[in-house]
Ligand binder design. Structure first.
Ligand code: T6T
Length: 314
């Protein structure tokens, strides 16, 4: 995996790490394996984790796959070999395919902490830290309903890759809440492989097939960027409400330009911080919380400045 470098508080985030010796030498070592490289959400999460590890006297090494992809992530996890860190903090890129490689690291002595996404099998991790993604989807639907007012029409959901626990929960929460707003009709869920180009193409197709399209819920940063492109290409910016998830610099720019009507911001740094806290507690034999949520915030153009603290780092 290539180096990941970003400004992070006062210091820098990088792909640090050193050669390992015996197991006892690893007792202060934490490994973080996020979902993908060079993405504002995971950079912010890494910053939170790195600062907290330093505070607690641990060394955190980060290695991220080039894409949000289970095969690429498996290679990184397998490279930990027979001498893994005291704890592995990981964003499983697939709720099933990542089970075996993560289980193997656990069998070799690491404490497993899930950050952001999680495996279907809840017996592997000692702790899981995420946004309440179902609630986030609900919040997105409520926001969408407010934006649409009484206007009837169809609403499209753009998901990422099947097997991604976070976006699946957002889509589900959105769909359930939408049923409470009879003027809004679900126009289905489209998967985009987490590629903005595919999201843009799905929006172009939906605009052609669904003339009453009044809204799009983009379940993450990449689907949102693609949706904005699709709407821009069709001259539909501001005519179809776009509610996105996350608060990357490009999404914030998009909101200033009127491409997004609302964003549901996560707190990735908090996910990283809490992840390290739980990992260290597990290593030191202190009480561990099995499930923790980080906060979510709905942002609209009107309250953009007041919410600047929730914008992600690039
Ligand atoms: O929305 C985040 C993350 O929570 C999700 O699991 C995958 O996509 C992002 O990284 C944003 O692109």
């Amino acid at each position: 995996a290539a180096a990941l470098v970003a400004a992070c508080g006062s210091g820098q985030v990088g792909e640090s790490g050193s050669g390992d010796s015996g197991n006892s030498a690893n007792s202060k070592k934490l490994a973080l394996v996020p979902g993908t490289q060079a993405e504002p959400f995971y950079i912010s999460m890494q910053c939170g984790a790195q600062d907290e590890a330093k505070k607690l006297g641990y060394e955190l090494t980060t290695q991220a796959p080039q894409k949000f992809d289970a095969a690429l992530q498996t290679t990184i996890v397998n490279s930990m070999g027979s001498n893994p860190p005291a704890a592995l903090l990981i964003t499983p890129t697939d709720d099933h395919a990542m089970l075996a490689p993560i289980q193997q690291v656990k069998n070799r002595g690491s404490k497993i902490v899930e950050v952001d996404t999680s495996l279907k099998d809840q017996s592997v991790a000692v702790s899981s830290i995420s946004s309440n993604n179902n609630e986030g989807g609900k919040l997105a639907a409520q926001t969408m309903a407010k934006l649409a007012g009484d206007k009837p029409g169809s609403v499209l959901i753009l998901d990422t890759i099947a097997g991604t626990s976070t976006t699946a929960a957002r889509a589900k929460g959105f769909q359930d809440e939408l049923k409470k707003h009879p003027n809004l009709k679900a126009a289905g869920i489209q998967f985009t492989q987490n590629e903005p180009d595919q999201a843009a193409a799905k929006v172009t197709a939906a605009l052609a097939s669904t003339p009453d399209l009044v809204g799009i819920f983009a379940t993450n940063l990449n689907t949102g960027e693609g949706a904005a492109t699709g709407l821009r290409n069709a001259g539909k910016i501001g005519k179809v409400n776009l509610v996105g998830f996350d608060a990357s610099p490009s999404e914030i720019d998009g909101m200033k330009k009127g491409e997004y009507q609302a964003l549901i911001a996560q707190d990735p740094a908090q996910i990283g911080t809490k992840g390290v806290d739980q990992a260290v507690a597990a290593i030191e034999g202190k009480p561990v919380q099995r499930q923790l949520n980080a906060e979510l915030h709905a942002i609209t153009k009107d309250d953009l400045d007041a919410n600047a603290k929730y914008f992600y780092k690039q």
